[in-house]
Write a protein that binds this ligand. Sequence first.
Ligand SMILES: C[S@@+](CC[C@H](N)C(=O)[O-])C[C@H]1O[C@@H](n2cnc3c(N)ncnc32)[C@H](O)[C@@H]1O
Length: 250
Amino acid sequence: MDIPQYVTYDDFAQVYDRYLAKKSLKVIPLLQQLCLSELPTGAKILDLCCGSGHIAKKLTELGFQVTGIDSSAEMLVLARKNADHVDFKLDDARTFNIPNLFDLVISMSDSLNHIMKKEELDFVFKNVYNSLRDGGTFIFDLTMEDGYQRNWKGYQSNIIDDSIVCAIATSYESPDKVGKFHATIFNRNDEWKRTDVTLYQRCYSRDELVSGLERAGFVDIDVYDAKKDFNIKAEGKNIFVTKKYVDWVK
Ligand SMILES: C[S@@+](CC[C@H](N)C(=O)[O-])C[C@H]1O[C@@H](n2cnc3c(N)ncnc32)[C@H](O)[C@@H]1O
């Protein structure tokens, strides 16, 4: 399969790690509630699209054996600094192949919204399915139509400190279901240097996601609302929880 690796986060890695990544830790209590509390110490967890490793680090502190996969080399440089007990691998969610190893796979903070084609999301679901042990759990969150409508149309934000100035603007095109996140970053080393990064996201419907998971073989699919069900401050975000089928006859 010839899919070029997704590297767009390389130029956004420093800003993400410094200003945004720690917000991802708010999912730890919900992961505890949904799955971690039932896993034995030492259980194997894959953090898919792990970014700069903050969730992975927390999971190792809780006693789990964690692998992190991300396709951005720059994100992984930071991840290795942030979490030294995690096995980080540079790989793409659409093409990775680790058979029958994990008790739990997670992919948080809208990571799978970056998969822009339905066929490619099917590859991700199939790869995750293959990477799980029988009965293993897959948990991911995604921004849904409501979230893009509320939060992505005309949102602007600025980060200003001594060595980084970053202006962020987002937009969302409903007919195409594509969100655009543009960051203009000025970074000071010896002198100020400008970098422009555009990250695209794709909005999927609940039906598309559930049928994609079923096509991959997943069973027991539950869909939660992050705000209503877990009191997480996020509008229009759903949490999907599903399991790899156990073939008792094998
Ligand atoms: C919003 S960040 C989330 C990082 C981390 N999950 C967290 O919660 O902080 C999205 C991450 O997904 C990664 N990513 C996007 N598409 C990917 C792909 N096809 N394969 C692997 N990683 C990918 C990016 O490089 C980036 O690090």
